[in-house]
Ligand binder design. Structure first.
Ligand code: ARG
Length: 572
């Protein structure tokens, strides 16, 4: 049981003993050290409901509260807050137990099957900054859920279908690439632009492109093969980005729009059979009462176009059914831009209405805001174009290399390059992950690469300090008995003991920024401890205990950063 769960259970039992059965205990971390480590704030609400004096009820609850061996002090404050200070021995045991467990006490029961749809770029073009957030937020969540012991199924719902691919395959033929072994597609973006220009200017080419769309959808072997080759090149571009970002997606996780193609007529038929479809200006749509416009009219969710073509919504319905049915998932996560909010609300509502998903399956749109430039507008190149992800990552590494070279000019260049990779990529990822995902955020090189504040370099640096302590210490027992005597030791152990609660919160709310804030506090508490308590100069059991505490901090920091997909360094 986590510390929070344990305290909540004990306070709930005491509330019940004092007459407030089923009253929520409302246990949370204390806002200030004067208020102890945790506060139970449920008494006020319970007293109000039962029309009792809150201080009197608090006294009864405290009298009934069983925290022997857990708390060293329990106090009533203000109108009826209960302040709890944990016993050093209890904290020491909790930390020791966690450190002996590969999941650091954060295993979740029962384990679920979780589908997580993330990255999911459109393969007609190259990955740009618009794909960064989905890719790294999704990857962090997938790692956290897997760490808890859930079965995680990654689904890269790439855009690999539709009219654009007719144009692109036709252009492969036009540029006489169809017969070549290697496609000259180093620059997908330029290829797309050239194809689009030809499409707009050359009517015969546009006709051919349209003919190719029909052939592609009809399963024409030659066009399908061209299309497949184009996709292979485009996916290879994505995979190069994933590798640089340390993102765990592989080819096996690709389940693009095209994979649902054969299922689309069935989706439409099912909706029709259930009487959910309406014809509206020749198109097949669903009107959902839940979604009305300003005039109070039900809004249409388009399923099939007038010309019979299918849409993004149609393949998402098929994907939804596949994930809940075939994949038998308990929870479906979609890490997609907040601007697609209405689409997902309609998708989930319709999916339930049509019984494509069982009642118990959770569907969540893990929405995120826009990445902004320093001017506060959506992030663009100076000339106003979209920024390719590859270029952004190059710049991150370049800047980090200059930084590392300035700090540590004597290090071999190879070494500085590898540090710069970890720091530069880590900084970009962390800057994103540390913001609340639903807000827009300003992408600012100087802040993210700073060694101070809530940044990746600060955390990576804290880890190198720990690593250097271990090097200087020589061999020691990582699991030596912890003796917490100083306030700074208590504070660090308290932080460590919260790890399982924190991971549960990140997973439940799908918010990686909680983990960032936690790690930042952990690094800060380690720093304070290291200033206040000599480690290497301490003696005997005190030295052993403090080294073991450092080992617990290092292990937790490294694990936490790994869950964010950020590497640590032994030196920098
Ligand atoms: N390819 C889409 C885009 O770039 C994102 C797909 C997200 N996933 C989904 N199942 N709709 O906007």
């Amino acid at each position: 049981m986590t510390v929070h769960a344990l305290l909540s259970a004990r306070v709930a039992a005491a509330l019940a003993a004092a007459g407030a059965v089923d009253a929520p205990p409302v246990v949370q971390l204390s806002s200030k050290p004067e208020f102890g480590d945790y506060q139970a704030n449920g008494v006020m609400g319970a007293a109000k409901a039962l029309k009792l004096n809150p201080r009197e009820l608090a006294a009864k609850v405290v009298a009934a509260l069983q925290l022997d061996g857990i708390a060293s002090k329990v106090e009533i404050a203000g109108p009826g807050f209960i302040n709890i200070t944990l016993a050093d021995g209890f904290l020491a045991e909790t930390v020791a137990r966690q450190q002996a467990d590969v999941q650091l006490g954060a295993g979740a029961h029962p384990a679920q099957k979780v589908v997580i749809d993330y990255s999911s770029p459109n393969l007609a073009k190259e990955m740009h900054v618009g794909h960064l957030r989905s890719t790294i937020i999704g990857d962090a969540l997938a790692r956290v859920l897997a760490f808890q012991g859930h079965q995680v199924l990654r689904q890269n719902h790439v855009g690999d279908w539709g009219t654009q691919f007719g144009m692109l395959t036709a252009y492969l033929v036009q540029t006489e690439q169809a017969g070549r072994d290697e496609l000259a597609l180093d620059d997908l973006e330029a290829f797309y632009r050239a194809a689009k220009q030809r499409f707009d200017e050359d009517a015969a080419f546009a006709d051919q492109a349209r003919d190719y769309v029909v052939k592609l959808q009809g399963g024409d072997v030659r066009v399908r093969a061209l299309w497949q080759r184009f996709l292979d090149v485009s996916l290879a571009h994505c995979e190069a980005v994933y590798a640089r970002l340390g993102v765990q997606l592989t080819r096996d996780d690709v389940m693009g729009e095209s994979a649902y193609n054969d299922d689309l007529p069935r989706v439409v038929e099912d909706l029709r059979a259930q009487g959910l479809l309406t014809e509206d200006q020749g198109a097949q749509v669903v009107f959902l009462d839940e979604f009305r416009n300003k005039e109070g009219e039900a809004q249409a969710y388009i399923i099939q176009k007038q010309d019979g073509g299918y849409l993004y919504s149609t393949s998402d319905l098929a994907a939804l059914r596949h994930r809940a049915g075939r994949l038998a998932a308990d929870r479906l996560l979609y890490v997609v831009d907040a601007r697609q909010g209405l689409h997902f609300q309609q998708l989930f509502t319709l999916g339930r209405k049509a019984a494509f998903i069982p009642e118990a399956v959770a569907t969540e749109h893990v929405a995120f805001g826009t990445m902004m430039g320093e001017d506060g507008k959506p992030f663009k190149t100076r000339s106003g174009g979209t920024v390719k992800l590859v270029e952004l990552l190059d710049e991150a590494e370049r800047r980090a290399f200059d930084l590392v070279s300035g700090k540590n000019p004597d290090l071999a260049e190879e070494k500085r390059r590898s540090i710069a990779r970890a720091v530069g990529i880590g900084a970009v990822k962390y800057a994103d992950l540390s913001k609340h995902r639903t807000s827009d955020y300003i992408f600012d090189w100087n802040t993210m690469l700073s060694f101070e504040g809530n940044t990746a370099p600060y955390l990576q640096y804290a880890y190198t300090r720990l690593a250097s302590i271990f090097r200087a210490a020589g061999p020691f027992e990582r699991h030596a008995r912890l003796m917490l005597t100083e306030p700074a030791e208590h504070a660090l152990a308290l932080q460590l003991a919260q790890f399982p609660d924190l991971i549960a919160q990140v997973a439940a709310e799908t918010c990686p920024h909680f983990l960032c804030a936690y790690l930042y506090q952990l690094a800060t508490k380690f720093s304070r401890f290291y200033e206040a308590c000599p480690v290497l100069k301490a003696e005997g059991e005190a030295r052993a205990s403090r080294l073991a505490l450092c080992a617990a901090a290092a292990n937790t920091l490294k694990t936490g950063l790994d869950l964010l997909g950020i590497g640590v360094l032994e030196e920098m």
